[in-house]
Design a protein. Structure first.
Lengths: 115, 112
């Protein structure tokens, strides 16, 4: 699959725990975006990395952090998990850094359940 | 405030009927608007963007700045159009960078 990949598909954990979600962008894409989709908030932008550097920050909690590695894959770390963190987490990638002329390609998502 | 409102959570039409998915936005500048679609068991994907002024799969969307709307229309719905549709705008983060702001989506069902 040459598209955006995300692992794991599903993750079940307990409150207070820490998890890491992984995303591999499409070949050649330099930007990675993370989104959280919950029933009440909808799809919310968390953070964007471009070529290893943080480019844009959205509604990301301080308990959450992300990074993009030299091979351009990205990880989203969620710590001190709360019940309300249960959501679908999407990763997207794009060739450049902008939005208007740069299409984002989405991954299948990781479903996180916090019990 | 940057906000995208899709007033209909669910929309059901019959095959061959016209369909219009409503999207209203709130944005202080000149927004770029997009429609994304997610078919069953598939990924979220870009359907169209207003800057391209193109028709994709028979769908069109016109930006109406006076009404702050970007409704998605198709004259004759097909069963394969059944999907979740999200309207989005290119907004700004607190740091001044671009970000996509999504509506909560409308689930379209086209009945045979």
């Amino acid at each position: 699959d040459s598209g955006v990949t995300q692992t794991p598909k599903h993750l079940i954990t307990a409150t207070g725990q820490r998890v890491t979600l992984r995303c591999s962008p499409r070949s050649g894409d330099l930007s990675v975006y993370w989104y959280q989709q919950s029933l009440d908030q909808g799809l919310q932008f968390l953070i964007q990395y471009y070529n290893g550097e943080e480019r844009a920050k959205g509604n990301i909690l301080e308990r959450f952090s992300a990074q993009q590695f030299p091979d351009l894959h990205s990880e989203l770390n969620l710590s001190s998990l709360e019940l309300g963190d249960s959501a679908l987490y999407f990763c997207a990638s794009s060739p450049g850094m902008g939005l208007v002329n740069d299409e984002q390609f989405f991954g299948p998502g990781t479903r996180l359940t916090v019990l | 405030a940057q906000r995208v409102t899709q007033p209909e959570k669910l929309l059901s039409v019959f095959k061959g009927a016209p369909v219009e998915l409503k999207c209203n936005y709130s944005y202080s500048g000149s927004p770029e608007l997009f429609w994304y679609v997610q078919y069953s068991r598939q990924r979220l994907q870009l359907l169209l963007r207003h800057i391209s002024r193109e028709s994709i799969k028979g769908f069109t969307a016109d930006l109406n700045k006076g009404e702050t709307s970007f409704h998605l229309k198709k004259p004759f719905a097909q069963e394969e159009d059944s999907a979740m549709y999200y309207c989005a705008l290119s907004g700004l983060t607190q740091g001044g960078s671009e970000k996509l702001v999504f509506g909560k989506g409308t689930k379209l069902t086209v009945n045979p």
